[in-house]
Design a protein around this ligand. Structure first.
Ligand code: SF4
Ligand code: FES
Length: 249
């Protein structure tokens, strides 16, 4: 396949960026989108030009590092698929493809397609954990967990922290990400104990980082590569209200 790419190039966060045109030649339909970019980068390097900077790590759809808006959609055209799992067979020979970074105020561009997502780390640091007393390992059967609760926790725990939900939301809201992290912990008895403190801390950290609020566009759920459901946002809002009432008493 031969493709024309228009890729966002930006030297640093302070520079003005622009879309640059590249030709991707002899691309196998079995290549992933990132392997196609590797080929383009190899050509650029051979020509003495600077390769396109983009984030990637596992390339297996599990780490959440890859982050590109492809033809206007975060993670590209395939449903429930990360960029690293997107294959070139989903494009046609001769296609023009636009590749841009996540666009959101809370995720400033560092270089080309790489953005700073450390705001997510700070939200997790504010409460995305279960405080565990040290000591012997408790017996696995000593804390029974209803099957539905375990399923809810596992579904929410699928969030890989990629930030596509933020990039797709017209408000730049991080509520799908934060609510997935909260549900994953507070659905289980081990995490329920400190759930009200946790929701207060994480929501406040989220607001402090400059993310917007949810106004029910559902774009987050549409682009989420892990199918995280917006019902987690409703659950987070309920928990947050509970935490406000509790502190008002
Ligand atoms: S909720 Fe989905 S889109 Fe948002 S960070 Fe988690 S995996 Fe990525
Ligand atoms: S590189 Fe790890 S999810 Fe894409």
């Amino acid at each position: 396949m031969n493709l024309t790419l228009f890729v966002w190039r930006q030297k640093t966060g302070n520079d003005k960026g622009k879309l640059c045109r590249y030709e991707a030649k002899d691309i196998s339909p079995d290549m992933s989108f990132m392997e196609m970019l590797d080929v383009v980068n190899e050509d650029l390097t051979k020509k003495g030009e600077e390769p396109i900077a983009f984030d990637h790590d596992c390339r297996e759809g599990i780490c959440g590092t890859c982050s590109q808006v492809i033809n206007g959609t975060a993670h590209g055209p395939e449903v429930a698929t990360t960029v690293c799992q997107l294959h070139m067979r989903h494009f046609r020979d001769g296609d023009a493809i636009y590749v841009e970074p996540w666009r959101s105020r809370a995720f400033p561009v560092l270089k080309d397609l790489v953005v700073d997502r450390s705001a997510f780390d700070r939200i997790i640091q504010a409460g995305g954990y279960v405080s565990v007393s040290t000591g012997g390992v408790p017996d696995a059967n000593s804390t029974p967990v209803p099957k539905e609760d375990a399923d809810d926790a596992m579904d929410a725990a699928e969030c890989i922290g990629c930030g596509a939900c933020v990039a797709a939301c017209p408000n730049g809201s991080a509520m799908l990400f934060v609510s997935a992290k909260l549900s994953h912990l507070s659905s289980l008895p081990q995490g329920k104990v400190e759930s009200l403190r946790r929701v207060r801390c994480m929501v406040e950290a989220m607001d402090g980082e400059g993310f917007g609020s949810c106004s029910n566009h559902y774009e987050c759920q549409a682009v989420c590569p892990k199918g995280i459901h917006v019902k987690n946002i409703a659950r987070m809002n309920r928990e947050y209200l509970k935490s406000l009432f509790k502190s008002a008493k």
